[in-house]
Design a protein around this ligand. Structure first.
Ligand code: AMP
Ligand code: ZN
Length: 123
């Protein structure tokens, strides 16, 4: 189990603050339900984050709380911005689900990476 200090309530959550425009980011797109913005520490020439506007700790929680249509809409948005960001139409969508998988911010986010050749398997 993770320490509860690592799972802030939405009032303290950095991505909730971004969704509420309380922290400045390079915003790419905003819908009623989601925000797309540039990652602060990019791991590719294009590295975007797609987040639901409402707080959900991870993909499992978001699916349970918001439903499969909302999950589909979030992935469709990631796919759209990935296509737009990549001349070659090649991009990678990543979800780090849980600390052991590399999740450090516990508000669901889809990484969209493009602009370089990707290795496989990821580390
Ligand atoms: P993860 O390790 O999958 O939880 O990814 C968290 C991502 O959020 C990392 O790639 C960070 O660089 C990014 N990040 C953290 N804080 C900010 C911020 N204030 N603005 C933009 N990106 C951020
Ligand atoms: Zn949040």
């Amino acid at each position: 189990m993770r320490d509860s200090a690592n799972t802030p309530a939405s009032a303290e959550c950095v991505f909730c603050k971004i969704a509420r425009k309380e922290i400045p980011v390079r915003e790419i797109e905003r819908t009623e339900d989601a925000v797309v913005f540039a990652d602060l520490d990019p791991k590719a020439p294009c590295h975007l984050l797609v987040i639901p506007a409402r707080h959900a700790e991870n993909l499992g929680a978001f699916a349970a709380e918001a439903g499969e249509r909302a999950v589909g809409a979030l992935f469709a948005l990631a796919s759209k911005v990935g296509r737009e960001a990549s001349e070659a139409g090649a991009y990678r969508i990543v979800v780090n689900e849980g600390a052991e998988a590399g999740q450090t911010v516990f508000h669901l986010h889809l990484h969209v990476l493009a602009g370089r050749r990707m290795g496989w398997p990821p580390g």
